[in-house]
Design a protein. Structure first.
Length: 521
């Protein structure tokens, strides 16, 4: 009898230990093994802007999604918009920006099981510079990177020609590390057709600019996906994508602002967001022509424009909540941003007083340019301006014509103009340079003191120093008012009821982070 009692005690103890271990495995993050299951379909309105699955052929932002599924960079981003370790578990930027020293994680492998090493990093950075690949950042990499030095299998040094605050951001987007051994075996064309990467998903099949299919890796050093299969599609027609969402044929779709009310009311779907994708402002193109008379040379007139626009009303009633009034040129994910800063209020009486003070008591005639995607908000802005005496005629050329007019500086009045922060770039200097640096064709007009402040910001390395320089630049931006803010743009997505969780990286226009997506089963 005593032996039987001992057996019972041992049996209960064994069960207790097993239960405790199971609870521990579930409770401790990273301990419970993720088993991918289910399928999700993603539908976007644009072509892929990437040849097959080769990230170094990316010519625009659309290829970000495919790249994020198949490939890994030295760093990665999560929904909060911050940089996190990926293939590089740490990096250190030299105080004089002469080099970036990277220590690679020893765990990552290619889809064929071979390890990722410093040889692949060097090969990939050098490959990205090849002009025949037409990589969107190829020229930039070549202008900034002097050489890549391999110290050992897991340590690499990127030697720089000048400060390059964009480098880690680029690696977290489409400057991916690729398998040297595989590309040398199959060639560029073979790699594009049958790509292999170190990302959370593996290639299955694709049809250029139509669909791209991937399957989750069962083991991954950074994040094993919850969803086993992803079917990524290009569906140009807005109505078709919405119908696919409503019928359950698609699970994440890009939608237009005017479709948001339909999604909100439909119990089969809900809204998702890519927050703070970019900033929209009024660019006073006249300032590029200082010798030609224009009311906009007077700051009081520019501020009258700012006070005349009912930004909150337009965001709510025209843009239907897909934008919010914003102050300054920094995004919430930038060091130095003050999210509590108040935008210029809507005050038409103050606008009229400023016009009178500037010598325009009866107002004046002018034009307001923009491109077709923002036609309705531009027309609303023009209506506001007319109410205070700025008789602005909305001029909205075809998109290609508008682009050419901006890049060739053919406009001499003002316009609703896109401003960064494209792609949620972490370092504010990287975000701002494409529309504030004198060398950028999108800048149109800048000021010498602003250029100096931007250069100073770009030289900063540590967050406290970046924040200080960013605040100085932002203060200058607001004081000079050579542009005045409209609103920060949020990109809406429709999510099917099958999607339990998905959140995009803050600032990214095209969807990523599908390794974190979960589904309702």
């Amino acid at each position: 009898m005593f032996r039987n009692e001992q057996k019972k005690i041992k049996w209960f103890l064994a069960i207790g230990v097993a239960v405790c271990f199971a609870v521990f495995m579930l409770a401790v993050p990273g301990m419970a093994k993720t088993v991918p299951k289910g399928k999700a379909t993603i539908a976007v309105p644009t072509a892929f802007e990437i040849t097959g699955g080769d990230p170094h052929t990316n010519t625009g932002a659309t290829g970000t999604t495919i790249t994020s599924l198949l490939h890994e960079g030295l760093a990665c981003k999560k929904p909060d918009g911050k940089l996190y370790p990926a293939l590089a578990k740490s990096w250190k930027i030299a105080a004089n920006w002469s080099k970036i020293t990277l220590i690679l994680d020893e765990r990552p492998t290619w889809a064929d099981g071979k390890p990722v090493t410093a040889v692949d990093v060097k090969f990939s950075v050098e490959r990205a510079m090849r002009p025949e690949l037409k990589f969107v950042f190829g020229g930039e990499v070549k202008r900034n990177v002097d050489r890549v030095e391999i110290v050992n299998d897991h340590k690499v040094i990127v030697h720089l020609k000048k400060p390059y605050p964009a480098f880690m951001d680029r690696t977290a987007k489409i400057l991916s590390t690729l398998p040297k051994h595989y590309i040398e075996k199959v060639g560029d064309a073979g790699f594009a057709k049958n790509p292999m990467g170190a990302g959370p998903y593996k290639f299955v099949k694709f049809k250029q600019d139509v669909f791209f299919d991937v399957v989750a890796r069962d083991e991954h050093f950074r994040k094993v996906p919850h969803v086993k299969y992803i079917h990524y599609m290009s569906v140009p027609e807005d109505a078709t994508r919405l119908a696919m969402l409503q019928t359950g044929e698609a699970d994440v779709v890009g939608i237009q602002a005017q479709q948001m009310p339909v999604v909100k009311k439909d119990p089969r779907c809900r809204l998702g967001w890519s927050k703070y994708a970019y900033l929209r402002n009024i660019n006073f193109y006249a300032l590029a022509y200082p010798d030609e008379p224009s009311p906009f040379h007077d700051k009081r007139v520019r501020m009258a424009v700012a006070y005349a626009i009912d930004k909150k009303g337009i965001c709510e009633n025209v843009l239907l909540g897909s934008a919010e009034p914003w102050s300054g040129c920094l995004a919430p994910y930038h060091a130095g941003c003050d999210p509590n800063a108040k935008p210029t209020p809507y005050d038409p009486e103050k606008a009229k007083a400023l016009l009178k003070e500037a010598g325009y008591p009866k107002g004046f005639d002018t034009t307001l340019y923009s491109d077709p995607p923002v036609r309705t908000s531009t027309e609303a802005i023009a209506a506001n301006l007319n109410e205070v005496g700025i008789r602005a005629k909305a001029v909205i050329p075809e998109h290609g014509t508008w682009t050419r007019m901006v890049r060739e500086k053919k406009i001499k009045t003002m316009g609703s103009h896109p401003t960064p922060w494209w792609a949620g770039r972490t370092h504010p200097a990287t975000a701002l340079q494409s529309t504030f640096a004198p060398s950028s064709p999108w800048t149109y007009v800048t000021l010498p003191e602003f250029t100096a402040a931007l250069d100073k910001l770009g030289a900063q390395i540590d967050d406290p120093d970046i924040a200080t320089a960013a605040r100085e630049l932002n203060k200058l931006y607001l004081e000079r008012a050579y542009r005045v803010n409209l609103w920060a743009i949020h990109i809406p997505y429709g999510l099917s009821k099958k999607v339990k969780y998905w959140e995009n990286v803050a600032g990214r226009i095209f969807p990523v982070c599908f390794e974190y997506m979960t589904l309702n089963y």
